[in-house]
Design a binder for this molecule. Structure first.
Ligand code: AMP
Length: 282
């Protein structure tokens, strides 16, 4: 497995696959890999002739400089983890200049309003940064299929819109959330938490499970106040948002409607680290 740090080297490695019309799976990541990322890579290997895993901490999707600075990075460990997986994997880990040249800025996207909900409200410009980098990476890798985790459910919907907007010939595949045995969704950001904080952070998934269990019995108003109380009573976690949304629009649901599929979302801070999670409700 070779780590390609520039586009030219990656193109050279991929050209035999492209010439022979082989399928290329693509898993874009920001590194600090864990089993959640690896599950995407394994699924991509099953479904394609080769897989490109990009490791790139994208500066334009961070709306806070400190968050970008503190984002965990460990390329050697990432490469060792990927080497342990059987299959034809190409790693692409470019420098910022390889992707953006001199112009580290985002293109502005209109994703039909999905970008204005939840993460979009709380992280201004985030999805423009995500769209910008993925548009560049998709044009470099030219994948047949690209794999994204439901852990970032809103991002998954954004990427599906992006490929429509940019007319990219790629199939976007959503993959299930991988969790610790405690239920906590795996995340590179978990690496910044102490054992006690990791244990407290399980409140996020526990609360989502309770919401799922009570979804048919309680109103959305009642579920909202239940979640607010759960977080108010925990001195470690601060709730940034709890939302129950219609999955097709990701707009906040105020009441339940028939023939509608709902999902619940939480964003919460624990000692300055922002964690997100979500769950299907019906
Ligand atoms: P990131 O490196 O955080 O940008 O994540 C890269 C990809 O891995 C994204 O598509 C994420 O949704 C996905 N991912 C991250 N954590 C998990 C997880 N716990 N389960 C499944 N997919 C995940």
């Amino acid at each position: 497995m070779i780590n390609h740090e520039n586009n030219a080297s990656l193109q050279k490695a991929l050209s035999p696959f492209k010439e022979n019309c082989k399928s290329i799976g693509f898993v874009p990541t920001m590194g600090a890999l864990h089993k959640g990322h690896l599950s995407l890579v394994k699924q991509a290997i099953k479904e394609n002739d080769c897989v490109v895993v990009s490791i790139f901490v994208n500066p334009t999707q961070f709306n806070k400089a400190q968050d970008l600075e503190k984002y965990p990075r460990n390329i050697d460990k990432d490469l060792a983890l990927l080497k342990s997986i059987k299959g034809k994997i190409f790693v692409f880990s470019p420098q910022v200049s390889e992707i953006y040249n001199e112009n580290i800025s985002s293109k502005s996207y209109n994703y039909s309003g999905i970008e204005n909900e939840m993460e979009g409200k709380h992280r201004p410009g985030h999805f423009d940064g995500v769209g910008t980098v993925l548009n560049i990476l998709f044009r470099i890798v030219k994948p047949t299929k690209a794999y994204f985790g439901e852990k970032d459910f809103q991002q998954l919907q954004i990427v599906k819109k992006l490929v429509e907007i940019e007319n990219l010939p790629v199939t976007v595949i959503g993959c299930p959330i991988i969790r610790e045995s405690s239920g906590l969704a795996m995340s590179s950001r978990n690496k910044r938490l102490t054992p006690q904080e990791l244990s407290e952070a399980t409140l996020i998934h526990k609360t989502l499970i309770k919401v799922q269990q009570e979804f048919s019995a309680l109103s959305i108003l009642e579920l909202n106040s239940f979640v607010k109380n759960e977080f108010k009573n925990n001195p470690f976690l601060t709730l940034e948002y709890f939302e129950i949304t219609d999955v097709s629009t990701l707009k906040t649901a105020k009441t339940k409607k028939e023939n509608t599929t709902y999902r619940a979302f939480i964003a919460s801070f624990i000692s300055g680290v922002r964690l997100i999670d979500n769950i299907a409700l019906n």
